[in-house]
Design a protein around this ligand. Sequence first.
Ligand SMILES: NC(=O)c1ccc[n+]([C@@H]2O[C@H](COP(=O)([O-])OP(=O)(O)OC[C@H]3O[C@@H](n4cnc5c(N)ncnc54)[C@H](OP(=O)(O)O)[C@@H]3O)[C@@H](O)[C@H]2O)c1
Length: 289
Amino acid sequence: MKIGFIGLGIMGSRMATNLQKKGHELVVYNRSKEKTEPLIAQGAVRAQTPADLARQVKIVITMLSKPDAVAETALLDKNGFLGSLAPQSLWIDCSTVNPSFSKLMAMEAKQRKVRFIDAPVAGSRGPAEQGQLLFFVGGEKADVEEARPLFEAMGKAVFHMGGHGMGTSMKMVNNIILAQAMVAFSEAIVLGESLGISKDQLFTTLLASPVVAPFLAFKRPMIEAGKFDPEFPLQWMHKDLQLAAETAYETGVPLPLANATKELYALAVKNGLGEMDFSAIYKFLSTGK
Ligand SMILES: NC(=O)c1ccc[n+]([C@@H]2O[C@H](COP(=O)([O-])OP(=O)(O)OC[C@H]3O[C@@H](n4cnc5c(N)ncnc54)[C@H](OP(=O)(O)O)[C@@H]3O)[C@@H](O)[C@H]2O)c1
């Protein structure tokens, strides 16, 4: 199948590579052109603009940082892709955005006779590379079934949650747990160290107990080495908490702990940790910078 892929950051580059490995023909676009090069070397075609990409394909996948980036790339910029897609084309947005934004994009797509699926992912750099992502999907059943082989090329499970915006709804739920689990664990480790327990003992003991989330095992090497190369950039976790707060406002639900957690990530971003992995929240709690 010929697929347009827009957004070749940490996640998108690996997801596109898996599609390419499964034999799909790719047309790619990334704001910073150099990130297209590894895919071009393997046979992908580089589009000059998102609109140029849209004229060459009937399926577009986007994996962009945040709602503004998606809106700009799809329709606000004069070279946005949405207006150049043929009727009945399918747009699959894998970016983590808020549900009301997904519903708005579905409407904008519909006005141009384009079908839309929101399909954010769970799983970080490693699962993206290994084709082990989870997809939380919102959209029409027939569209989801059409996209299923693509999800299966990039991931290990597809959860069809309902109509437009329900994939990103599930993602909001998922990420407020992830953000808070990272902070709760980091705070506990900092206390443990202050009591004279080594990091090694803390990790070994806690990871053997049911009180900690399994993903924390993957963060152990980073925290032990004090090196936080980004798998999931901290600034995007802050963004996700902001989007969850906006979503909760819309549905009238208080999120006292998630909002306190959000402000902690905001302080870490302000202190220059935004481009590090979100586990650098441990460093922030431990050193105050
Ligand atoms: N990393 C993870 O573990 C993970 C896991 C699940 C979900 N996510 C979500 O997946 C999405 C991508 O994350 P990532 O980690 O791959 O981030 P990333 O490495 O920072 O990549 C972001 C992508 O968005 C593009 N972009 C940003 N602003 C743009 C704009 N105004 N116009 C056009 N393109 C723009 C970037 O282009 P440039 O290359 O030009 O900057 C890049 O291609 C985010 O929504 C994130 O929350 C990430």
